[in-house]
Design a protein around this ligand. Structure first.
Ligand SMILES: [Zn+2]
Length: 341
């Protein structure tokens, strides 16, 4: 015969019994933990420990005899076009400077994913810009460069063409519809008090070119489909003219990121043992050079690209396709010659 339950047994519940009785509360707590986990993952805690250096450009004497400068319209472009080359050059003792024209703060998809918010909020675009600066610094560190190699100009993402065409003078600054700013908002930017106009953009670049005097200058290809990329090329060309001196005439190497008509690079995704093909169709006539990378530099480039978490979340197949056994470029002089024909 079973004994009767003692009165005090009803008062002492086992944990399992508690969960069963409070299942709704447990499910709610689990949901909160999952959402918190996703939020922390999207905020990428590793970036909390990355700091952005003030935009100080070394003189050519300070930088040393071998100086490479990379002009990136957006924070991930320098890595896509010349990340492996930067890593290999730095390992051999060269000075490398990466000049970011914009903070990449107009990327809607990245902002929506990271903030989990579909609504247009300018402060969130500025926060995305600051985050992308940190991603850029982390990427350079993964290539073996110091955070001081990053110089941010903080001009408006998706606004470089208007700067050159309709907002040249400081008297008519361009206002970004994303960040709601008509001037630089990053305290660490180069020339931080400048407003958004073409003259300031070109003056900043000319000042950097005169001071650093790169021997090799990587810049976007003029036929890149992204408006900020071909505007970036034009701005650099204007700056080279403005700073023209025999000592400041670097060898130019244009890299391509976005093609107009064709999907490129192909195949998409991770193919680190394949070479990057010379570009098809319209610009195939240009004399493209292929720089073969050491294996370790290919790995460093992949790690650097993955540091751009905000982009990796939404475009990993496209980004990974740039990590190949080589990098390709064409001289700006040759581009001009082919275009003139
Ligand atoms: Zn870009």
């Amino acid at each position: 015969m079973m004994s009767a339950t003692r009165p005090d047994e009803k008062l002492v519940s086992s944990p399992r019994c508690w969960v069963r009785r409070h299942w709704a509360l447990t499910a709610l707590a689990a949901c909160v933990l999952v959402i918190l986990g996703i939020y922390i993952y999207l905020q990428t805690p590793v970036l909390w420990f990355v700091s952005i250096e003030p935009g100080i450009v070394p003189t050519h004497e300070q930088a040393g005899p071998t100086r490479i400068m990379v002009v990136a319209p957006h924070p991930d472009d320098g890595i896509l076009g010349a990340g492996g080359t930067m890593a290999a050059a730095a390992a051999e003792g060269a000075s490398v400077l990466v000049v970011y024209l914009t903070n990449g703060d107009a990327n809607r998809a990245a902002r929506r994913v990271i903030t989990m918010n579909p609504f247009h909020i300018p402060s969130q675009y500025r926060a995305l810009g600051t985050r992308r600066q940190k991603e850029a610094v982390l990427a350079l560190q993964r290539l073996g460069l110091s955070s001081a190699a990053a110089v941010f100009l903080n001009y408006p993402d998706r606004g470089l063409t208007p700067l050159l065409e309709s907002h040249w003078s400081p008297d008519v600054p361009y206002k970004s519809r994303f960040t709601n700013r008509d001037a630089k908002y990053s305290a660490q930017a180069f020339n931080p008090s400048a407003n958004y106009c073409g003259a300031n953009l070109v003056e900043d670049l000319a000042s950097i070119l005169s001071r650093y005097q790169p021997m090799i200058l990587y810049l976007p290809h003029p036929e890149d489909a992204h408006p900020d990329h071909h505007a970036g090329y034009r701005a650099v060309m204007l700056a080279l003219e403005a700073s023209a001196s025999p000592a400041a005439s670097p060898e130019t190497r244009c890299f391509m990121v976005h093609l107009f008509e064709e999907r490129w690079p192909v195949p998409g995704g991770v193919h680190v043992s394949l070479p990057l093909s010379i570009l098809p169709v319209s610009i195939a006539a240009e004399p493209w050079h292929s720089a073969v990378l050491p294996k370790w530099a290919v790995s460093a480039k992949m790690n650097a690209i993955r540091a751009h978490y905000s982009q990796w979340l939404t475009s990993r197949r496209f980004l990974a396709a740039f990590v190949r056994t080589n990098e390709i470029y064409v001289s700006a002089t040759n581009v001009a010659e082919v275009t003139a024909k």
